[in-house]
Design a protein around this ligand. Structure first.
Ligand code: AMP
Ligand code: MG
Length: 314
């Protein structure tokens, strides 16, 4: 429920503020408003339903409470009110701050807007929520408001909700959380038939190494460049075979955030995929907000995983 409200809130902000001519795309205020609004709504609903659970989310309200941010706070409150009527600015800040960095045995992790650059470009972004118990992701939910429902109809209906529960499979629902489809990864066995998905952003991955790998494996199909964890969704649906994220040479020591991978990873795994770092190690969500024990990410249809790890040779 919280994901559907948050998805609607983010889309409304995107259409009102990014869609208009009045705001330059370089102005980050629309994404800021959407980030805070999305986090407020989701944290409020999680806290109501699971009062003892910890939430580890990307934002806090420190900046928002500053007097010179009053206008932004008013806008956040305005949008939250459209979905949670009669909420005050004070309440909105307190809901955002249900998030803490105190890692407990069981906690939720939230990226209120993953793929902010995609959000501003009108391309892909995701609202990503996962539940982690003893370092294991047991539930992942990914709302992708701009993702086409079916790759065969790229101009058809948009808006997908991915849900995966440990041991129970991975599913896609429509915009209203109604029609349910079981997901499974691609059956491709021959590496040359694989389709790679990777970040749009030049500095978020080592695209040159990805190209070299594609050449080594005789992959000729163009890669699908896409923002956000929507990439995990299209691997889970079998539309991409591999999601590559070798750290960028501009930031070789970059450590991934847990909220950028927790929800997506279980969605790909429960659809039959495999998720490791680029050295073949399982993703470790137990070290804090940064995945300090991992280096990059590799997602596959399982069949091709070892072949790709070997070809990467990292
Ligand atoms: P994507 O759209 O796949 O590039 O993922 C977006 C996420 O990339 C954001 O949520 C950031 O947390 C993360 N990010 C930021 N800087 C880097 C970087 N240098 N390398 C990898 N990921 C990054
Ligand atoms: Mg993110």
């Amino acid at each position: 429920m919280s994901m559907l409200l948050s998805r609607a809130l983010c889309q409304k902000i995107r259409l009102d503020l990014v869609g208009g001519e009045s705001i330059l795309k370089s102005d980050r205020s629309p994404v800021t408003i959407a980030d805070y609004g999305s986090q407020a709504v989701i944290c409020k609903l999680i806290r109501e339903r699971f009062p003892n659970d910890t939430i580890v989310a990307e934002e806090d309200s420190k900046e928002l409470r500053k007097p010179d941010r009053l206008k932004i706070l008013e806008q956040v409150t305005h949008y939250v009110n459209a979905f949670v009527p009669a909420s005050s600015s004070k309440e909105v800040c307190s809901w955002i701050d249900f998030s803490s960095n105190a890692m407990t045995d069981r906690f939720w992790t939230l990226d209120p807007i993953d793929g902010t650059k995609g959000f501003l470009r009108g391309e892909q972004y995701a609202i990503a929520l996962a539940l982690i118990e003893n370092g294991v992701v047991i539930l992942g939910i990914l709302a992708c408001p701009n993702l086409y429902v079916d790759i065969h109809h790229p101009f058809g209906e948009k808006g997908c909700l991915f849900i995966a529960l440990k041991g129970k499979g991975s599913f896609q629902m429509d915009n209203n959380g109604v029609s349910k489809r079981t997901l499974s990864v691609s059956k491709v066995k021959n590496p040359s038939e694989a389709i790679i998905t990777e970040s749009v952003e030049p500095d978020h991955a080592d695209h040159l190494t990805h190209q070299r790998l594609a050449k080594r494996l005789n992959i000729s199909k163009p890669s699908l460049r896409m923002d956000s964890q929507a990439k995990y969704g299209i691997v889970a649906r079998g539309e991409a075979t591999l999601y590559l994220r070798v750290p960028s040479p501009s930031e070789p020591g970059y450590k991934e955030n847990i909220w950028d991978h927790a929800a997506g990873s279980i969605i790909a795994e429960e659809a039959g995929g495999r998720v490791t770092d680029v050295l073949g190690r399982p993703l470790d969500f137990s070290c804090g907000i940064k995945m300090v024990k991992n280096h990059g990410v590799l997602v596959s249809n399982e069949i091709l995983h070892d072949v790709v790890l070997k070809a990467l040779g990292m």
